[in-house]
Every structure is written in structure tokens, then in C-alpha cells.
Write a protein that binds this ligand. Structure first.
Ligand code: AHG
Ligand code: MN
Ligand code: MN
Length: 334
């Protein structure tokens, strides 16, 4: 097999499709390198003393794990000095992170969920890193939170790293979705799947069913119809999966189809959902759309939502197109 490295892929993509300017290429390579470092720490586990709680809380009021904080620091440090960024934002930081004065600034803005699936860290189940890249608005002086509040359609790149039995990097720059596998001995990312596509139909769904009693009627109806199986209105059986790491659930869906749901529910009626729009839902929705799938908040296309806050939460329905369209239509019915 001829091996194509991430660098070669990015250089050739720029040459053929003019879609990856040099600064963006640098940004992607730096993020990929940081993910390699995180992967190494994840792989050490107890031997690297990275497991367990840090006993601090983030802006979402969630207790941070040691790896949440470490991964955040790795991404910040890796991305500060290259001159490709104007600012960064993260699930683990209340406000945006400016590039220190001693370094040059660039035109891109990077957002990330440094460690996704924190509840799985200590039990050795797949976790990941999610990232989204925006362009700084024209004429921006000192970056502020409002400069980040751009709809998902404005993302110039998005991706995730999956720390599972294999470490993978899934990337889109708006021209399809490609997957790279980390060659641990060589320390390089090798292109292993080109133009990933999601089947429009599926017989598999992902939702945390412990919240069933809190769901709103469109979600209850949709899930009940699937559970009714081959003798119900859907006329076929469905299987269920829930890893509780969005990265891992999305990766399965990219590979064999499915629908992922984290709806808003009556547990906390003031919250629009659990997942965060800007560094979880938007990058994943761009990847899913680029692979031929669909993503909505139940009401509208995810990527069209105009963000109002950096850490805003959102309901998420994403994956196989026909299923996402169905559950979204149920939300529109009175
Ligand atoms: P994070 O670890 O970054 O806070 O994200 C966890 C998210 C997501 O990855 C996953 O799909 C979901 O939380 C799981 O939530 P439940 O524990 O409510 O199932
Ligand atoms: Mn997350
Ligand atoms: Mn996280």
C-alpha cells in the first residue's frame, strides 16, 4: 500500500483544489501534532498519572478530569507560537484565549473540546478531541468573544481525533471527509479512508435512554416507533448503541450509518440541550454534512444557527439523512 501522510494529503489538496492555504495547513498539522501528544498521554493511563479528577469545575459547572486540563494545555501551547491564529476558545475556559504578545498573530480562530467523553477516561473507553476553525472577521483588532459567534457554515475546517484501539484523525476542509490513522511507531498520520460517506438509511440509533421519561413528544414518538421494530410503523428492527463519547458515536455513524441524538428535555427545561454548539455540534455537523449526512437541532439545520454565546448548548440530531429528516419533521408537526 502506498502511504500518504497527512502532510502530503494537505499539500496535494492545496495544489489540486486550492482549498488549504499554507497557514491553514500549518494550523491543521499543529492540531494533529497536539492530538498525537494527547493520544500518548491517554495511552499511558495510570502509568502517566493522568487518570482521575482534578477536583476543579469548568464554566459548565462540570468537574474537570486531569486529562481535560492537560489536553487543554497541550492544545493551547501547541497553537500559540505558530503565527497562524488570532485567538482560541475551549470548553474548559470561560473566556477566549488571546495569543500572547510575544508571538505573531494570524487570521484563523480555533475552538476545541480538548477531551470529549470525560466520563470514559477512567474506564479505558474511547475518547476524543473535537476542533473547529473559523476565520477572524475582517478588520478585527483585538479578538473578542463576539468575533467567534459565527454560524457553522463559516467553518473553514473541522475535525476530531479518536483515542480508541487505534488513534485516528478525521478531517474536513469543506471538500469531503478523510480519515488518517496514527502510525505509533513512525509517529505519523497515514491516510486510511478517503471520502467517507454515510448511508442515507440506517437501522441503528444512539440516545441515552435513561432520560426517556424527560423527553419531549417528538423524540418519544420517534424512538418508540423504532423500538416497535418490524411489526410497527417503521416495518424494520433497529439496534441501539450509546458510547457516551460523542466522538466515538459519530465515528461509528460515519463508518456504517446511524442517528445520534442528544435532545433538549424536561430535566432542565431552561437548557437547549447538553452538548455545546460551537465546539461539539458545529464541527461534527460539518463533518456529517460533508459525508452526505444531515444535522439539525430538531428545528433547523445546525450549521445555520446564529450563535449567541460561546458556550451555548444545543439539541443535536445527526447522522443518516433520512432519519434526521424524519425526526426533524416530527418536531415540526403540531
Ligand atoms: P464532554 O466529556 O466533553 O463533557 O462531553 C461529553 C458529552 C458527549 O461526548 C456525550 O455524547 C455525552 O456527553 C454523554 O452524556 P450522558 O452522560 O448524559 O449520556
Ligand atoms: Mn464533549
Ligand atoms: Mn470535553
Amino acid at each position: 500500500m502506498k502511504r500518504i501522510s497527512l502532510t502530503q494529503y494537505l499539500v496535494e489538496e492545496q495544489r489540486l483544489n486550492n482549498s488549504i492555504p499554507a497557514e491553514l495547513r500549518l494550523l491543521i498539522e499543529v492540531v494533529a501534532r497536539a492530538c498525537k501528544t494527547i493520544s500518548h498521554a491517554v495511552g499511558k493511563g495510570a502509568l502517566g498519572e493522568v487518570l482521575g479528577s482534578a477536583e476543579t469545575e469548568n464554566i459548565q459547572g462540570e468537574v474537570q478530569k486531569k486529562l481535560d486540563i492537560l489536553s487543554n494545555e497541550i492544545l493551547l501551547e501547541a497553537n500559540e507560537w505558530g503565527g497562524h491564529l488570532a485567538a482560541m476558545a475551549s470548553e474548559e475556559m470561560e473566556s477566549i484565549h488571546l495569543i500572547p504578545n510575544r508571538y505573531p498573530k494570524g487570521e484563523y480562530m480555533l475552538l476545541f473540546d480538548p477531551l470529549d467523553g470525560s466520563s470514559n477516561i477512567d474506564v479505558n473507553v474511547s475518547i476524543g478531541t473535537i476542533f473547529s476553525v473559523l476565520k477572524a472577521p475582517d478588520g478585527m483588532a483585538t479578538p473578542a468573544e463576539k468575533d467567534f459567534l459565527q454560524a457553522g457554515t463559516k467553518q473553514v475546517a473541522a475535525g476530531y481525533a479518536l483515542y480508541g484501539p487505534q488513534t485516528m484523525l478525521v478531517l474536513t476542509t469543506g471538500n469531503g471527509v478523510n480519515c488518517f490513522t496514527l502510525d505509533r511507531e513512525m509517529g505519523s498520520w497515514v491516510l486510511t479512508q478517503r471520502n467517507m460517506t454515510i448511508p442515507a438509511d440506517t437501522q441503528e440509533f444512539a440516545i441515552n435512554a435513561s432520560n426517556t421519561r424527560h423527553w419531549y413528544p417528538p423524540v418519544t414518538r420517534y424512538v418508540n416507533e423504532m423500538l416497535a421494530g418490524s411489526t410497527g410503523v417503521r416495518g424494520k428492527n433497529f439496534n441501539m448503541r450509546w458510547i457516551a463519547s460523542m466522538v466515538a458515536d459519530v465515528h461509528r455513524i460515519l463508518n456504517r450509518g446511524g442517528i445520534f441524538m442528544y435532545p433538549a428535555d424536561a430535566r432542565e427545561p431552561d437548557k437547549a440541550g447538553k452538548l455545546r454548539l460551537m465546539y461539539e455540534a458545529n464541527p461534527m455537523s460539518l463533518i456529517i454534512e460533508q459525508a452526505g449526512g444531515a444535522a439539525t437541532n430538531g428545528q433547523q439545520r445546525m450549521l445555520d444557527i446564529q450563535p449567541e454565546k460561546l458556550h451555548q448548548r444545543v439539541a443535536v440530531f445527526l447522522g443518516s439523512k433520512n432519519e434526521v429528516e424524519r425526526v426533524t419533521a416530527y418536531h415540526h408537526e403540531k
